[in-house]
Write a protein that binds this ligand. Structure first.
Ligand code: TRP
Length: 329
């Protein structure tokens, strides 16, 4: 039987992915390669829906692509590509936009949040239609499963609605995808504010995979911990300590009780140093070095990118062709 297919995308909106992206998403992407037919894309078209600088965008797209390979996405197993290099994405998005209600798009909470922050006038129409482009990303590859965070659930619902609507009107065209929501327990919190999700907007509390090892150690050593002395997994009362324990668990896969036991007679300082060193050794150092090596050979990297785009385009063009025929183009 053919493997079931998966598509996911990540925006090139930072110089580096962080360990929250890794544990919350990228690690699942790597694991799914052995059991699924995977398509992974750096969504640079989506990245211009917010303020951007062309030179920076280009650099980040290249670096994001390299980082995907560095964390273990394998171009021999998966199709890895840059969204703007596959013209079928905006082409299908246009058709889908003509099947999306204005009110329906207006109900997307991510759009509402972002416009509230940036103001109506500064929000582009591209930001408004962002989820329709995302639907096109998914439907072009007939993906059955889409690994995403909880914040993308509504976009996935829209994607499903559009697929069903089109299929009902024109006959079976798209696979109706399922969201594969990554477990909440994999959520890594801000080291400075362990009540918030780790995010690039709070760089001191965020551990980037491209950080220098010394910088990573410093971030862990100054991580916020809690009152008391006991090292115990208790997210409600000890969010800082629990976050560090959770990071250890994400790496070692041990039972929480076994991890707690290792720190029975130790202090917060020991826990911070231990976690920092573990993250440096197992995540930051290997991923950073691999990324830098890949970026050192830009010619080779560009050729991997165009191979990925070609592989993607084969699949995407077949879907688009059938859509174009059905709508009368
Ligand atoms: N909107 C997604 C995010 O911000 C990124 C994305 C774009 C995506 N296209 C996608 C995710 C297709 C999954 C599938 O995380």
């Amino acid at each position: 039987m053919a493997k079931s297919s998966v598509l996911s995308g990540i925006q090139p909106t930072a110089d580096s992915f962080h360990i929250g992206n890794y544990f919350g998403a990228l690690r699942q992407w790597v694991q799914m390669q052995d059991t699924h037919e995977c398509f992974y894309t750096v969504v640079d078209l989506h990245a211009i829906t917010a303020e951007f600088d062309p030179k920076v965008l280009k650099k980040r797209t290249l670096s994001s692509f390299a980082q995907l390979l560095a964390v273990g996405i394998d171009t021999k197993k998966s199709t890895v590509f840059v969204q703007s290099q596959v013209p079928q994405h905006p082409q299908l998005a246009w058709v889908l936009s003509c099947f999306t209600g204005f009110g329906e798009a207006g109900r997307m909470t991510q759009f509402k949040d972002k416009t509230q922050k940036g103001g109506q006038e500064r929000s582009s129409v591209g930001l408004f239609t962002y989820p329709i482009l995302q639907a096109a990303d998914i439907l072009l590859y007939q993906a059955q499963s889409v690994p995403v965070g909880e914040d993308q659930r509504q976009h996935l619902e829209l994607t499903r609605d559009l697929a069903v609507r089109f299929n009902n009107q024109f006959g079976q065209t798209f696979v109706v995808p399922e969201a594969f929501i990554v477990k909440e327990s994999a959520k890594i919190l801000d080291l400075q504010d362990p009540t918030a999700k780790m995010s690039k907007s709070s760089p001191q509390g965020c551990v980037f995979i491209m950080d220098e090892p010394d910088a990573v150690m410093k971030k862990f050593k100054t991580a916020m911990t809690d009152s008391g002395k006991e090292i115990k997994y208790d997210p409600a009362n000890k969010p800082g300590v629990s976050n560090l324990l959770n990071i250890i668990k994400a790496i070692t896969n041990e039972e929480m009780s076994a991890i707690e036991a290792q720190f029975a007679n130790k202090g917060y300082g020991d826990l911070k140093t231990f976690t920092g060193e573990l993250v440096v050794e197992k995540i930051v150092k290997p991923f950073r070095e691999k990324t830098l090596a890949l970026l050192g050979d830009e010619k080779e990297l560009n050729s991997l990118m165009s191979e990925g785009a070609q592989k993607a385009e084969k699949v995407a063009s077949a879907t688009l062709k059938s859509v174009y025929e059905k709508v009368g183009f």
